[in-house]
Write a protein that binds this ligand. Structure first.
Ligand code: HEM
Length: 497
């Protein structure tokens, strides 16, 4: 039997449904009458819009709809418009020609900070490209990603490679999870550059690591479908408790980062040991500012590079002749230089082609991060209304048979002797995006990935467990924080003699 409260709630819901339905119908009637022509798309369902059309692999569902509706489409997420571009021409319109207007971010309401505060302390989630965002990006560029700074970090990254190789040698003949080893290595490369310390141990069960779970929890909670994001009547509410949950996760993160910051405030580093934390202290960052920027850099930098390494190892195992060719290139380099050095391997054409080919087929952020229209604007004669969420399906562009010969084939040769690069100038290849909101961390990512892959391929022979052949490798995708392999990449290392 229901109690009185439950009966009251039921009555409320029953009353709310027709009301929402009427609002929804009027809204659509009005938006049709007003006339600005939105790009086409599948017919939305009442209230929920096209949410069911997106499915578990939205990048792939949206690519299928592009076959029917064309390269620019509208989807309704509740009351919100989502515009998706799926061709290089549309990508150029969105990320270059209309970049100024479309460079806002659709910031999830689950963030525990007020909009005003977030606009001041964030880099990835400011609502527009405001002065604070410009200053933060400039700071990151000069202190983390410039050529000179990257060179000065080389020995830190190489040290983490020694740890990884030692760990794998100690696990000779045993199964290892490549994604976990890569995550710990990349994460510690980042944490040493940012804070001069390891925050994850290669020995621990990475899936249980507090740090990894906290960061993953934060991304999950802000990217979860949230009624407050898609129905204006819930804007200021937190009906699913996501904001509350996010608040608690941010506090837990600060319980780890706060003491490190406090200790450093008391004991500033010597000039020759300075790291990014010293720079943030010089800039008088607030506690919330430290927590936010460090969280964003860890989240943006670790899972993306890890997923690229995981996919690349899977492709190399599946294509032994490509693995052999890459190893030959690395062997020659090591004979010449005596060891794998970051500055040298950045110029190895086949290694760089393999990385690009992996990013073409498996871009870690297949739809980019959600942009937002700051004003109404036109793309290809269609109207993109103010506040619409805007995405570019770089996954679909990377697999378009009109643009790429045998697009599903892993063929690094297509990038050898080709000027195509991922620096945001070639709109058929955009794993890091383009324009104002383009990933600022791509020069660092390129170095991290090159170094890890070169060491894995040069130092070890790899086999699949249980005598499995490469043909049996499961290459299914899972859409989550990044586009990951659904099945973890488990391999057995044997040091090369
Ligand atoms: C393979 C590795 C990586 C890939 C594929 C990648 C890709 C991306 C993409 C697609 C975006 C969104 C672009 C847009 O919305 O138009 C982005 C944003 C961002 N990335 Fe990366 N990224 C990688 C590594 C890194 C690293 C290593 C860092 C820093 C440590 C980083 C920091 C950021 C930041 C801060 C943003 C937000 C930029 C803004 O909104 O202004 N990323 N990244």
């Amino acid at each position: 039997m229901m109690n009185t409260n439950e009966i009251n709630s039921l009555i409320l819901v029953l009353l709310a449904i027709p009301l929402l339905f009427i609002i929804f119908k009027n809204y659509y009637k009005k938006s049709k009458l007003k006339g600005p022509q939105l790009p086409p798309g599948p017919t939305p369902w009442p209230l929920i819009g096209n949410i069911p059309h997106l499915g578990k692999l939205p990048h792939s569902s949206v690519a299928n709809y592009a076959q029917i509706y064309g390269p620019i489409m509208t989807f309704k997420l509740g009351f919100k418009n989502l515009i998706v571009g799926s061709s290089p021409t549309i990508a150029m319109e969105i990320l270059s020609k209309q970049d100024l207007i479309l460079s806002g971010r659709d910031t999830p309401r689950a963030f525990p900070h007020s909009r005003q505060e977030l606009n001041h302390i964030s880099i990835g989630w400011t609502e527009d490209c405001n002065e604070s965002w410009k200053n933060l990006r400039a700071l990151c560029k000069s202190e983390l990603f410039s050529g000179k700074t990257l060179e000065s970090q080389e020995s830190l990254r190489e040290k983490k490679i020694f740890d990884m190789v030692d760990f794998l040698k100690a696990n000779e003949g045993k199964t290892v999870n490549i994604g976990q080893v890569a995550f710990a290595t990349i994460f510690n490369m980042l944490s040493n550059i940012l804070l001069s310390r390891d925050l994850i141990s290669l020995q621990e069960d990475i899936e249980r690591s507090t740090m990894k779970n906290l960061l993953r929890g934060i991304v999950e909670v802000v990217s979860a479908p949230n009624l407050s994001d898609i129905y204006p009547i819930f804007n200021e509410l937190d009906p699913q408790g996501l904001r509350n949950k996010a608040n608690s996760l941010w506090q837990q993160l600060w319980s780890i980062l706060g003491p490190i910051v406090e200790e450093r405030r008391k004991n500033i580093h010597e000039a020759n040991q300075r790291d990014f934390l010293d720079t943030l202290i010089d800039q008088k960052f607030s506690d919330a500012g430290f927590n936010e920027i460090l969280m964003e850099l860890f989240n943006a930098g670790a899972d993306t590079s890890t997923s690229t390494i995981d996919w690349m190892m899977a492709e190399l195992i599946k294509n032994p002749e490509i693995m052999k060719k890459l190893r030959e290139e690395l062997d020659i380099e090591v004979i010449k230089q005596g060891k794998i050095k970051e500055s040298h391997i950045m110029n190895l054409p086949y290694l760089q082609a393999c990385i690009k080919e992996t990013l073409r087929l498996h871009p870690p952020i297949p739809l980019l991060l959600p942009h937002r229209a700051l004003e109404d604007c036109k793309v290809m004669n269609y109207t993109i209304p103010k506040n619409a969420q805007v995405m570019v399906n770089v996954w679909a562009i990377g697999r378009d048979p009109i643009l790429w010969e045998n697009p599903l084939e892993f063929k690094p040769e297509r990038f050898v002797n080709s000027p195509l690069d991922f620096i945001g100038k070639d709109f058929i290849f955009l794993p890091f995006g383009a324009g104002r909101r383009m990933c600022p961390g791509y020069p660092m990512a390129a170095r991290q990935i090159s170094l890890v892959i070169a060491s894995l391929v040069h130092s070890f022979d790899w086999s699949l467990p249980n005598g499995e052949g490469p043909d049996m490798l499961d290459m299914k995708e899972e859409f989550g924080i990044t586009l990951q392999k659904k099945q973890p990449m488990i391999l057995i290392p044997r040091p090369r003699k």
